[in-house]
Ligand binder design. Structure first.
Ligand SMILES: Nc1nc2c(ncn2[C@@H]2O[C@H](COP(=O)(O)OP(=O)(O)OP(=O)(O)O)[C@@H](O)[C@H]2O)c(=O)[nH]1
Length: 443
């Protein structure tokens, strides 16, 4: 039997022990399983209390059972839900009872959602949104994932695809005519007008996004600078907890320490890098190398110095903000050369002076970077890349149409194909495993 035709089950709620655990079953055996374990098939979609018994009539647990006959449900197959007490032994007994049925097995990660996708219950952008919602840590991540799950991008993509197909039908009609003589402009002109309007819309969506797909991973801010300038102290201030070891000796942060922050709903990973310095110690050299590499990949670098004016020693394309630390020592004979300006801050990491201003500036940076996630339609790099392909195809269509309508029609076909891939409707076998593997078991 093909694995797809087997009945699957999984724990869909959190790690045991828990007060209640939810075990879902999906597939052709679901009805038989419920009837056997609960003694009868409950009315559809009605929570029904039942004493579950295994095939040998040994009691498993007092449970609430729900029966959702397919296809009008989440996966499109017959589905049963068992709400049992969330103890490990209860679950072990229930899983053993389920596994005793022929053609029933535990589910792979994301397999329920994959079946829902394959049965047309949701498109690929919605499935991705579902996964993102489950993994959302911050409010903006949740918001964006919910938009995807509601099908906002999917709906737009379906509409664009339909319009591309209309435009290409007009051009193809023109090509058919042209066999008999001239290509009628009244067919080509409206087709090109449609393509132009579409291109405008898609470009607008792409431009208005900022880098909203990065909301999933978050922004990376590196704190870098010479040894002993207070990098770990600043990190602790930002995290408001002791994550990095603060010590008065130079070179304490050997490796890269990270902390995840939720800055006004934006996920931000702050990394505290080892002090960048000359050293002969191979272990320290390795620390410095990693620190440089990690800082080079960051989206923003906070270059920390103390009052003694260290020059910036950093490679990478990210913007660098100069942060002068230990301003509390400034009065003691080391006057501050310059006041704060664009991307330049004066703080005392140990006392906390100026740290709130730095945090507000980081929030502002995140807002600009993500382009205001209110308008975020694109949730993943996969989606952005495909939309960029579509826009490029439409642009090429407008350029090549002068050389021949066949070329233009071909570009439109490719663009429609990319939208089909975005929705997961065509040619996606290669990516489905990758996408669904990221899901939780039981979803
Ligand atoms: N006076 C004063 N001292 C500070 C301030 N910030 C940090 N320090 C002190 O400076 C010393 C070094 O701080 P760290 O945070 O360990 O410095 P670091 O840059 O992480 O050091 P490395 O990991 O060695 O590169 C500690 O003794 C801190 O207490 C500040 O704003 N004012």
């Amino acid at each position: 039997m093909h694995p797809r035709d087997q009945t699957i089950f999984a724990l869909s709620s959190g790690r045991p022990p828990s007060a209640i655990a939810l075990v879902r079953v999906s597939g052709p055996q679901a009805g038989r399983i419920v009837t056997t374990l609960a003694g009868k098939l409950p009315p559809p979609r009605m929570a029904t209390r039942a004493l579950l018994r295994d095939v040998g009539q040994r009691p498993i647990d007092d449970a609430v059972v729900l029966w959702f006959p397919g296809p009008a449900n989440a996966t499109g197959e017959d589905v049963a839900e068992f709400h049992v007490h969330g103890g490990r032994a209860v679950l072990a007994a229930l899983f053993a009872a389920l596994s005793a049925f022929a053609d029933v097995r535990s589910a792979e990660p994301g397999e329920f959602t994959r079946r829902a996708f394959e049965n047309g219950k949701l498109d690929l952008t919605e499935a991705e949104g579902l996964d993102d919602l489950i993994h959302a840590d911050t409010d903006r991540q949740r918001h964006q994932a919910l938009r995807q799950l509601k099908g906002l991008l999917g709906d737009r993509a379906r509409d664009w695809r339909a319009r591309i197909i209309e435009a290409s039908a007009l051009i193809e009609a023109g090509i058919d005519f042209s066999d008999e003589g001239d290509v009628p402009a009244e067919l080509i002109a409206p087709a090109l007008a449609k393509v132009k309007a579409l291109l405008f819309e898609i470009e607008e969506v792409l431009a208005g996004q900022g880098r909203s797909e990065r909301l999933r991973d978050g922004l990376v801010v590196a704190i870098a600078g010479p040894p002993n300038v207070g990098k770990s102290t600043l990190m602790n201030q930002l995290a408001r907890r002791e994550v990095a070891i603060v010590s008065p000796h130079a070179g304490t942060t050997r490796d890269v320490i990270e902390v995840q922050l939720d800055l006004d709903g934006y996920p931000v990973t702050v990394i505290d890098t080892a002090g960048i310095r000359e050293t002969d110690d191979p272990v320290e050299q390795e620390g410095v190398r990693r620190a440089r590499a990690r800082a080079a990949d960051a989206d923003l670098v906070l270059w920390l110095s103390d009052s003694s004016q260290a020059a910036i020693d950093h490679d990478g394309s990210a913007p660098i903000w100069k942060v002068r630390n230990k301003i509390d020592l400034g009065a003691a004979g080391r006057p501050l050369a310059e006041g704060p300006g664009q991307g330049s801050f004066q703080i005392s990491a140990s006392r906390g002076d100026g740290v709130l201003e730095l945090i507000s500036a980081l929030v502002e940076f995140a807002q600009t970077y993500f382009g205001g996630s209110e308008s975020g339609l694109i949730g993943r790099t996969r989606q952005r890349k495909l939309l960029e392909d579509v826009a490029a195809g439409l642009r090429r269509c407008l350029t090549v149409v002068g050389e021949g309508e066949e070329l233009a029609a071909e570009e439109l076909r490719t663009a429609a194909h990319s939208l089909g891939r975005l929705l997961g409707r065509v040619d996606v076998e290669d990516i489905l495993d990758v996408i669904f593997r990221e899901f939780c078991v039981g979803k």
